[in-house]
Design a protein around this ligand. Sequence first.
Ligand code: MN3
Length: 206
Amino acid sequence: MSFVLPELPYAYDALDNYFDKETMTIHHQRHHQGYVNNLNQAVKDGGLEGETLEDLLRNVSKYSTAVRNNGGGHFNHSLFWSILSPSPKTAPESPLADEINKFFGGLDGLKEQLTQAGLKQFGSGWAWLYVKHNGTLAVSGTANQDNPLMDTNLTDQGFPILGVDVWEHAYYLKYQNKRADYLDAFWSVLDWSAVEKKYEEVLAAF
Ligand code: MN3
């Protein structure tokens, strides 16, 4: 069973005021498709057919760089598309909102920390809100296509529930070098109902 590119749950131009159609099309059809294709090849080369994506990432230190980069690329982008919406829920509710208040002093505090994690990432990478293995919430940035699921992350391990792509391919056509403007736009298309759903899935798996 090969990995497949998930369809976007909205049209390529649906987020157009914030994320333009051309960027969304290239990002999904070429970048993400490329990670899927290369992951399938890397899984075949490594004799890893049948492993779930999550299990590959949890044990990624044992596998090739191609599994790490492309498995991360597939997982990260699948999460990213799923938390965006043209008609987003603009703030979380309890219980996630309570935890955000507890760890970040409110939604604005979380947005500030995530934005800083994205801005500080030198070169390509991601900024994350994730649930640590002890159940607490945390923010981190990772390079390339790494994420908090990976066992190569020694200090920031857990289950990502919100990720924002800060590779230039995610914003350069519309925002050029202005990563801060792109990160600002991200909050306008982030659907908190999708993040709440991820959070509930993670808690249910504890
Ligand atoms: Mn990307």
